[in-house]
Write a protein that binds this ligand. Sequence first.
Ligand SMILES: Cc1cc2nc3c(=O)[nH]c(=O)nc-3n(C[C@H](O)[C@H](O)[C@H](O)COP(=O)(O)O)c2cc1C
Length: 181
Amino acid sequence: MDLSDVEVSLDLFDVIRSRRSVRKFKDQSVGDEEVVKVLKAGVWAPSAGNLQSRDYVVVRDGEVKRELVKAAEQQFIFDAPVVIVVCANMERASEKYGDRGYNLYSIQDATAAVQNMLLTVHALGLGSCWIGAFDEERVSEVLGLPSGVRPVSMLPIGHPDVDPNPPKRYPLEKFVHEEKW
Ligand SMILES: Cc1cc2nc3c(=O)[nH]c(=O)nc-3n(C[C@H](O)[C@H](O)[C@H](O)COP(=O)(O)O)c2cc1C
C-alpha cells in the first residue's frame, strides 16, 4: 500500500454533523491511499492504556465480500469496493486490564477507532455505514480471526450514490442530566 497522505480539509463539526450512513455505492474504485488514510484515523483514536486493542482486516476480494454479505444478510455491502472489518483484540486488553479489558476496553478501543474512521471516510468524500448486525462466528471463520479477537464492526467503503436525509436526533434534554439523573 502507498503510505502517502490525502488532504482532509473540512471543519470538524461540519464533518461530524454531515456524515451519514451510506448504503448505496457507485461502481468506482477506492484507492489504497484513501484506505490507508482511513486506517490511520483509526490508529490515532484513544485506547485504554494506549494498548490499541483493535485490529483491522481489509477486504477487497469478491468471494470474501460475498461471505461477509451472507454473514450480515445485507446485500449492499457487496457493492463497496473495500470493506474494513474492525476487531476488538480482547486478548491484548486483558493482559493489562483483566476482565474489564477483555469485556469492555477492547470493545471501546475498537469502536473509538470506528468513529474516527467513519468521519475520515466522509471527509475524504467517500461513504460508509457502521455494520454491527452480523453473525460473528461466521465472520471470524471467513476472516480466520484468532481466538481472543472479535469482529465488532464492518465498514463497507465506496463512493456514495445517494445523499441521505439526516435521520432525526432527539433533543439534548432527553439525554442530558444535570448533577444527577
Ligand atoms: C452499533 C451500530 C450498529 C449498526 N448496525 C447497522 C447495520 O447492521 N446495518 C445498517 O445498515 N446500519 C447499521 N448502523 C447504522 C445506523 O442505522 C445509523 O447510524 C443510524 O440510523 C443513524 O443514521 P446516520 O448514521 O446516517 O446518522 C449501525 C450503527 C451502530 C452505531
